[in-house]
Design a protein around this ligand. Structure first.
Ligand code: P6P
Length: 338
């Protein structure tokens, strides 16, 4: 391609998804319509997050704004935007949000064949210091056209049709899998379009980075403690690994996907199931990792094989480069064998 040709051959997320859809002639475009509503939600949240800092300056966020209206907290606002966007798409029947204790059952006139699980603004405690945060989502097909019930959402992660995240950082990056690889798009604010910037992302087979909150070290179990020890004091003469921990899952996972290595939120004595939620944090990130050639492990089993029994249940998670996760699995297997 000449530079001009590349510049004019803009692969937008809309074109990309339509190309995907054309692979399924029988498709009626429902998924494409659903995804376009998710993308719209991300564009809105991106704009709101970028203004949050300014809003703080002019007294908008958290207090009453110049019009005397109560400024909504960003995570509440994001949740409302995604719920409205998903319901109005007419392609969903059940929504599960990190912000809502109960599932949302869409009114019959707007029901569609998908269930969407999402964290509208993961890591929102980091907003005020400008650390990257993100939206995480997963999409299931309804079991069949009966009256929607909660069991339609309590499916193992391996049943997910699609998963992704949108990271609100120095740029707005949308990463998605629909089961045939992982692709990354960057928002061009001048066009208001997500442009394909990271085609067919593959995670390095091994990495030089580990990512975990070392502050929990005193509560870790044996295998986790042994793995982290090996990262810091390798016994095979290899160089020690670097620790990178942002404390915002989308940012830590995005770095792991692009640079390789591992991201861990292990179980510990205080939280036997770790901290991260199965449906809208563990499953989507595990699906992406496997599609990029990596692995995702709970300490007991492949993360996507887990069958959730409650909407907001948690699970320990070890995800990242294929070979690095093999090491962790071996440490847990040895522990089992004792
Ligand atoms: P800790 C943010 O609150 C979050 O849910 C994830 O985004 C992040 O990976 C994790 O919690 C950080 O938890 O206990 O290390 O502060």
């Amino acid at each position: 391609h000449s530079a001009d040709a590349q510049r004019t051959d803009l692969m937008t997320i809309t074109r990309f998804v339509l190309n995907e859809q054309s692979k399924y002639p029988e498709s009626r475009g429902d998924f494409t319509i659903l995804l376009s509503h998710i993308v719209l939600g991300c564009k809105f949240v991106c704009s709101a997050v970028n203004k949050a800092g300014l809003a703080k300056l002019i007294g908008l966020a958290g207090e009453t704004n110049v019009q005397g209206e109560e400024q909504k907290k960003l995570d509440v606002l994001s949740n409302e935007v995604f719920c409205k966007a998903l319901i109005s798409s007419g392609r969903t029947s059940i929504l599960v949000s990190e912000e809502d204790e109960d599932a949302i059952f869409v009114q019959p006139s707007l029901r569609g064949k998908y269930c969407v699980v999402f964290d509208p603004l993961d890591g929102s405690s980091n907003i005020d210091c400008g650390v990257s945060i993100g939206t995480i989502f997963g999409i299931y097909m309804m079991n069949d056209n009966h009256e929607p019930i909660i069991e339609d959402v309590l499916q193992p992660g391996k049943n997910m049709l699609a998963a992704g995240y949108c990271m609100y950082g120095s740029s707005c990056t949308f990463v998605i899998t629909t089961g045939s690889g992982v692709n990354g798009f960057t928002l061009d604010p001048s066009l208001g379009e997500f442009i394909l910037t990271h085609p067919d992302i593959k995670i390095p087979k091994k990495g030089k980075i580990y990512s975990v909150n070392e502050g929990n070290a005193k509560n870790w179990d044996g295998p986790t403690a042994s793995y982290v020890e090996k990262c810091k004091f390798p016994t095979d003469g290899s160089p020690a690994k670097s620790l990178r921990y942002i404390g915002s899952m989308v940012a830590d996972v995005h770095r792991t996907l692009l640079y390789g290595g591992t991201f861990l939120y292990p179980a510990d004595k205080k939280s036997p199931n770790g901290k991260l939620r199965v449906l809208y944090e563990v499953f989507p990130m595990s699906f992406l990792m496997e599609q990029a050639g990596g692995q995702a492990f709970t300490g007991k089993e492949r993360a996507l094989d887990l069958v959730p029994t409650k909407l907001h249940e948690r699970s320990p998670i070890f995800l990242g480069s294929y070979d690095d996760i093999e090491e962790i699995k071996a440490l847990y297997a040895a522990e089992e064998g004792k």
